[in-house]
Design a protein around this ligand. Structure first.
Ligand code: J2J
Length: 545
C-alpha cells in the first residue's frame, strides 16, 4: 500500500490499538462503505437533488464509472482533489468516485474564493479542482483558471456543467468504462482533508482517516436514531463537517435513508423541500433556525405541512435559549443541539434529555473514549461546574493539522489533547455548556473567521498602517466582524478598502461588516491588541457594505 500522504500526525499506535480493540475503528474505507450499503439498500433512494433521484445501486455504479473516468483523465490513487460543489447529487458522485480511485477530496465551501482555494490546492499539492458550471452567481470557471495559474500542481479543472476553455466537463468522465480496479487504501490512512475555521494567518487543513471519521459517522447515526425511514435535508453546504458527518449525509447513507439536497438554507427553499419530500431530520446554524421559525410563525411559510419533521439539529454557534424554546412549539419537532468541530469532537443533546437540558446545553460527546478536560490557563483542571478551556482527545479527534508542525506544538498539548479554544463548563446533567471562546476567531452565525487572516489582508492595503479585526455583537448573527484600522496618512474610503479586500479573492463572509478608523490600537499588558477595549469604543450600528 503506498503511503498516501506525508505531513500528517498519525494516532500513537497504543491509542490506535485501543480504538480498534473497542470496536470503534473497523477497517472500513469510504469506497467499501458505499459498496456495502449499495448491496444492502440497493433499490432504496440514496439521494434526491433537483431532478436527480438516484438509488444506492445507481450512486455506487456512478462512483465506479466516475472513478474510471478520473483515472483516464490521469488522476491516480493518492492524488488530492479540491472539491467545491454545492449541494447536488454530483457532489456525492464525485466524492465517492474519488474514494473509489483512492484519491483524497479536499473539501472547499461554495463560499470560498481564490484566496482560500489557492491555499488549499497549494498546501495539498492538489492535482485537480472540481467546480460548478451552472450559474451560482459567481464565476467559478474564471476563479479556477486563477487557481491553476497560481498552483503548479493543479493540472485539471473539472466542471459540473458547461466548462470554460481547457476545462473538462464532469459529464465526459461519466461514461465509457475502461478497465478499472477500485483502490484499497489503508483504512488507518488519511481519507480526505477539510479546512479548519482557523485562528492564524492561513487556516490549517484537517486530515481525517477512514477509520476515525467513519466511526464518528456510525456512532452519530446511532445517537440520532437514523434508519431506512430517515429523510435528511442537507440544508447547509454539504462539504462542511456538520451536514457531512453529524450525522449528516454520510450518517444517512450509513443507515439506508435518503439524502435530500437543498440548494440553499433559506426558508422558502428548505421548508418547501421538507414538505414535498417528507423530510424527517435536518441541520442548521442558529441564524437559519431563527429565519425558519420567523417564516413559519409570522411569515410566508405558515401553511407548510412540516408534520414529517422529527428533529431539527442546531449547531455551529451559540443558540439563544429563547429561540431554542420556540423550536418545538413552532415547528412541531424536537430540537437537538450539536457542538462539534471539524477537528473531531462532536457533542449532541440526546433524545431522552429533559427539555431544559436540550434548550440550555450543547450536549455530550459521541464516544465513551472521548476524553474531556476543562482547564485553566495553566492547563490545571478547574473545579467541577466551573468554566475553563476545553481540551479533548479521542477516537475521532485529530492529533495534528496537516503540514503544520509549528502550529501543532501549541494547538495540541504534549499528551495529544486538542486545544479547542472553546470555554465550556459541565452542566449538572453531564452535558457541556459553551460559555465563551479563547481563540482569535470570529463566529459569524456559524461561519468561522480567523482574525489574523483578515488582518493580513487589511494590512496589505498601502494606506493602512495597522489593523485589528474583532467580533462585535449582532442580534441576528450573534457576532459579526469589525476591522479597526490605523490609517497611514489620509484614511482610505471605507468602500475602497472593502473593494480592495474583495479584490484579494476572500470569501464574502470574511469581508469586515464594519470598518472603524482609529488613531492607534490599544494594547494589553503583554503587548497584544486589546480587542475588548476596541469593541467597547465602537457602538456604531449598521453595515459598511
Ligand atoms: C457554540 N459554539 C459552537 C455550538 C460549534 C457539528 C456541529 C458544528 C460543527 C462546527 C461541526 C457550537 N455552540 N453548538 O464540525 O460536526 C463553535 C466552536 C467550535 C467551532 C467549530 C460539527 N458548535 N461551535 O461548527 O469546525 O467554537 O465545526 O470549536 O466549523 O464552532 O467550528 P467548525
Amino acid at each position: 500500500r503506498p503511503p498516501h500522504l506525508d505531513g500528517w500526525v498519525p494516532y500513537p499506535p497504543e491509542f490506535a490499538a485501543a480504538y480498534r480493540e473497542a470496536g470503534y475503528w473497523t477497517g472500513e474505507t469510504f469506497g467499501a462503505f458505499l459498496r456495502e450499503r449499495a448491496r444492502r439498500f440497493a433499490d432504496r433512494t440514496a439521494v434526491v437533488a433537483g431532478g436527480d433521484r438516484w438509488t444506492y445501486a445507481e450512486l455506487d455504479a456512478r462512483a465506479d464509472a466516475l472513478a474510471a473516468g478520473l483515472a483516464r483523465l490521469g488522476l491516480a490513487e493518492g492524488d488530492r482533489v479540491v472539491v467545491q460543489l454545492p449541494n447536488t447529487a454530483a457532489l456525492l458522485e464525485t466524492v465517492f468516485g474519488l474514494f473509489r480511485l483512492g484519491a483524497l477530496p479536499v473539501y472547499a465551501l461554495p463560499a470560498h474564493r481564490r484566496s482560500e482555494v489557492v491555499h488549499m490546492a497549494a498546501t495539498t499539492g492538489a492535482a485537480a479542482l472540481v467546480i460548478p458550471g451552472s450559474p451560482t452567481g459567481f464565476d467559478h470557471r474564471g476563479m479556477a483558471e486563477e487557481v491553476r495559474a497560481a498552483v503548479p500542481s493543479l493540472t485539471h479543472v473539472v466542471v459540473d456543467g458547461d466548462p470554460g476553455p481547457g476545462q473538462v466537463p464532469l459529464d465526459s468522465l461519466r461514461s465509457g468504462h475502461g478497465p478499472f480496479t477500485p483502490a484499497e487504501p489503508d483504512p488507518g490512512g488519511v481519507a480526505f482533508l477539510q479546512l479548519s475555521g482557523g485562528t492564524t494567518g492561513l487556516p490549517k487543513l484537517i486530515p481525517r482517516t477512514h477509520d476515525d471519521y467513519l466511526y464518528s459517522v456510525r456512532a452519530s447515526a446511532d445517537i440520532c436514531g437514523l434508519d431506512t425511514g430517515t429523510v435528511y435535508l442537507a440544508a447547509l453546504p454539504a462539504t462542511h463537517n456538520f451536514p457531512m458527518s453529524s450525522p449528516g449525509f454520510l450518517g444517512v447513507l450509513h443507515a439506508g435513508g435518503t439524502v435530500v439536497m437543498s440548494p440553499d438554507p433559506g426558508p422558502g427553499t428548505a421548508l418547501a423541500l421538507i414538505e414535498a419530500e417528507r423530510v424527517t431530520h435536518t441541520a442548521v446554524v442558529p441564524p437559519v433556525a431563527r429565519l425558519w421559525l420567523d417564516a413559519v410563525e409570522h411569515g410566508s411559510q405558515g401553511t407548510r405541512d412540516l408534520s414529517s419533521l422529527r428533529v431539527l439539529q442546531v449547531g455551529g454557534a451559540a443558540f439563544a435559549e429563547e429561540t431554542a424554546r420556540r423550536v418545538t412549539p413552532v415547528l412541531g419537532c424536537s430540537l437537538q443541539q450539536v457542538f462539534g468541530m471539524a477537528e473531531g469532537l462532536v457533542n449532541y443533546t440526546r433524545a431522552d434529555d429533559p427539555d431544559d437540558v436540550v434548550t440550555t446545553t450543547q450536549g455530550r460527546p459521541i464516544s465513551p473514549h472521548d476524553e474531556i478536560r476543562i482547564v485553566d490557563d495553566q492547563d490545571r483542571p478547574v473545579p467541577e461546574g466551573e468554566s475553563g478551556h476545553l481540551l479533548t482527545r479521542g477516537p475521532y479527534t485529530i492529533r495534528g493539522y496537516y503540514r503544520a508542525p509549528e502550529h501543532n506544538a501549541t494547538a495540541f498539548t504534549p499528551g495529544g489533547f486538542y486545544r479547542t479554544g472553546d470555554i465550556v463548563r459541565r452542566h449538572p446533567s453531564g452535558n457541556l455548556v459553551v460559555t465563551g471562546r479563547a481563540k482569535e476567531q470570529i463566529n459569524r452565525g456559524g461561519e468561522k473567521i480567523a482574525a489574523a487572516e483578515v488582518e493580513n489582508h487589511v494590512l496589505a492595503h498601502p494606506a493602512v498602517r495597522d489593523a485589528a479585526v474583532a467580533a462585535v455583537p449582532d442580534p441576528f448573527l450573534g457576532e459579526r466582524t469589525c476591522a479597526y484600522v490605523v490609517p497611514r496618512g489620509q484614511a482610505p474610503a471605507r468602500s475602497e478598502l472593502l473593494a480592495f479586500l474583495r479584490g484579494r479573492g476572500l470569501a464574502a463572509y470574511k469581508i469586515p461588516d464594519l470598518v472603524e478608523f482609529v488613531e492607534e490600537l490599544p494594547s494589553t499588558a503583554v503587548g497584544k491588541v486589546a480587542k475588548r477595549d476596541l469593541r467597547a469604543a465602537s457602538t456604531r450600528p449598521g453595515s459598511d457594505h
